[in-house]
Design a protein around this ligand. Structure first.
Ligand SMILES: [Zn+2]
Length: 234
C-alpha cells in the first residue's frame, strides 16, 4: 500500500441541537505518511446571536486532544461549507491549508448566512485551496460537489484499507430517510431542485461503486450505531 493512502477515519461529535436531538459532527482523516486532515470544525466556542438552538459538547480541540493531536498538527481542513455548525472553529488551525469549493468561497463573500463565521473562514488567500467541482484531493480522498443545501457545498469520499469506501454526504443528505430518489416533500425551498440533484448524484455514485458506509450529516439514530473517537474506522 502506498504511503500516502488513507489509513484512518475518526468520527467526532462536537455538539448538538438538544431540542431536535441532532448531532453536530466533524471528521478526521489520517494518511500513511502522517497527514492530518480535518473535515469541518464544528460549532464556534461562543455561539453567535440567533444560534441558541446549538449547544457545544466536547469540541473539536478536545476531541483531537483525546487522540494526541494539537490544532497545529492539522495539515488540511476540508471545508464542506461555512454554516455555523461546520466552520465554527476554522481559525484554530493555524498551520492548515483550507480546501473549499470556489463557488462556495465566492458565494460566502456576500451571503449574509455566512457572516457570523466570517472571522473563522476568511483566511489569507494563500492559505485557501479553491477547488472546482469533483476533485481527487489525495489518493483515496475525493471531494464531491453537492450544491443545494448551500451553493458550492461539498461531500467527501474516503477510501479505507479495511472498512472500504465511506461516503460523507455532510448536509447534502443530513438524514438517512432523505437518501431516496423521491422528490423532497418540502418544495417550497427555493433550492429544492439543486438539493434533489445532489441527492441523485450521490445515489448514482453509490450505485456505481461499492460503498461500505454512508455517514449521514446529522442523523442521531444512525450516529448512535457508529464508532466515534477515540475509536476509528481503518
Ligand atoms: Zn449541518
Amino acid at each position: 500500500m502506498s504511503q500516502t493512502a488513507i489509513q484512518r477515519l475518526y468520527l467526532m461529535q462536537v455538539g448538538d441541537m438538544p431540542e431536535y436531538k441532532i448531532p453536530i459532527v466533524c471528521y478526521l482523516v489520517q494518511t500513511g505518511d502522517g497527514k492530518q486532515i480535518l473535515i469541518d470544525s464544528g460549532l464556534p466556542e461562543i455561539m453567535p446571536e440567533g444560534e441558541s438552538d446549538f449547544a457545544n459538547g466536547r469540541d473539536v480541540i478536545e476531541q483531537l486532544a483525546s487522540i494526541g493531536l494539537k490544532p497545529d498538527d492539522i495539515d488540511i481542513v476540508i471545508s464542506t461549507h461555512y454554516d455555523v455548525d461546520h466552520a465554527g472553529r476554522h481559525a484554530a488551525f493555524t498551520n492548515a491549508r483550507y480546501v473549499v469549493q470556489r463557488g462556495h468561497q465566492l458565494d460566502a463573500q456576500t451571503n449574509p448566512r455566512f457572516a457570523a463565521t466570517r472571522p473563522q473562514w476568511d483566511q489569507p488567500l494563500e492559505r485557501i485551496q479553491l477547488v472546482d467541482g469533483d476533485t481527487e484531493l489525495l489518493p483515496g480522498l475525493a471531494l464531491i460537489e453537492t450544491s443545494g443545501h448551500v451553493p458550492g457545498h461539498q461531500s467527501v469520499l474516503v477510501r479505507l484499507p479495511n472498512t472500504g469506501t465511506v461516503l460523507l454526504p455532510i448536509d447534502a443528505v443530513p438524514f438517512g430517510e432523505g437518501f431516496t430518489r423521491d422528490k423532497p416533500a418540502d418544495d417550497t425551498n427555493p433550492d429544492a431542485e439543486a438539493i434533489h440533484a445532489s441527492t441523485l448524484k450521490l445515489l448514482d455514485l453509490v450505485a456505481r461503486e461499492p460503498i461500505a458506509l454512508v455517514v449521514f450529516g446529522h442523523d442521531q439514530q444512525q450516529w448512535a450505531t457508529l464508532k466515534t473517537a477515540p475509536a476509528y474506522y481503518d
